[in-house]
Design a protein around this ligand. Structure first.
Ligand code: NAP
Length: 245
């Protein structure tokens, strides 16, 4: 259980981030609900958290902006007094084939999906080192492990997340901080809803468990990594992908 713990979940307005925020709250944690553009959706997440009897702090911050990230951590510390769990979930896609991919789309995905996690980890680690405990959970992707045509920017960012995770695990382990990544397969959210039915059918043939994942499937993995039971796990990449990898 996570009673008395405080978690920051980035990109918690929708999809996987919302499911993680609500699951951690259900297990007893108070939550900073980070969002960027979807204020109303983030308020819905906060309501779901409060319905579980936990506190929710809504913070608008673009994770790729260091000053906004710093302010989010300051507000969280001011409101809750501590930070025990960071979930780096915020992410975007700007898919295109390598030769057609603009520099702008490459930078946007790297900045949000990879640099954003780095900026949040720095802020979290600073506080967790003082507490001598903490859990950092980074959302990578099966695409970061295997690569995917049309997603060079996204796959590079998600592979980068794995390197970031493994390095930070080695740096922070002696201070009681674990750092792990989750590599989801295909999960039903707004991000994947845009794919056409032919692509979805092809993906389904590659999933041994014969269904797409739900945001809750990822939330359960995150809740496990945040739990006391996962205290001896660090530097790992957990594939929650229905067997795809
Ligand atoms: P989603 O439904 O599109 O939600 C993305 C979330 O990220 C939203 O809450 C969005 O907030 C937030 N976000 C985007 N840019 C941000 C920024 N600059 N600063 C702060 N927040 C930002 O996506 P999802 O499917 O839930 O994906 C969540 C994570 O899982 C992503 O990292 C994604 O790469 C990863 N993932 C997803 C799948 C999948 O199949 N869905 C598979 C593997 C990995 P606003 O709406 O408020 O802007």
């Amino acid at each position: 259980m996570l009673e008395g713990k405080v978690a920051i979940v980035t990109g918690a307005s929708r999809g996987i981030g919302r499911a993680i925020a609500v699951e951690l709250a259900g297990r007893g944690a108070d939550i900073t609900v980070n969002y960027c553009g979807s204020r109303e959706k983030a308020e819905e997440t906060a309501e779901l958290i409060r319905a579980k009897g936990r506190r929710a702090l809504l913070v608008r911050a673009d994770v790729s902006d260091s000053s906004q990230v710093e302010e989010m951590f300051r507000q969280t510390a001011e409101e809750f007094g501590r930070i025990d769990i960071l979930v780096n979930n915020a992410g975007i896609t700007r898919d295109n084939l390598l030769l057609r991919m603009s520099e702008e789309d490459f930078d946007a995905v790297i900045n949000t999906n990879l640099k954003g996690a780095f900026l949040c980890m720095k802020q979290a680690a600073k506080r967790m080192l003082k507490q001598k405990s903490g859990r950092i959970i980074n959302i990578s992707s099966i695409s970061g492990v295997a690569g995917n045509a049309g997603q060079a920017n996204y796959c590079a960012a998600k592979a980068g997340i794995i390197g970031l995770t493994k390095s930070a695990a080695k740096e922070l382990g002696s201070k009681g901080i674990t750092v792990n990544a989750i590599a989801p397969g295909y999960i039903c959210t707004d991000m994947t809803d845009v794919l056409n039915d032919t692509v979805k059918d092809t993906i389904l043939t590659r999933i041994p468990l014969k269904r797409f994942g739900s945001p809750e499937d990822i939330a359960y993995t995150a809740a496990f990594l945040a739990s006391d039971e996962a205290a001896y796990i660090t530097g790992q990449v957990l594939g929650t992908d229905g067997g795809m990898s």
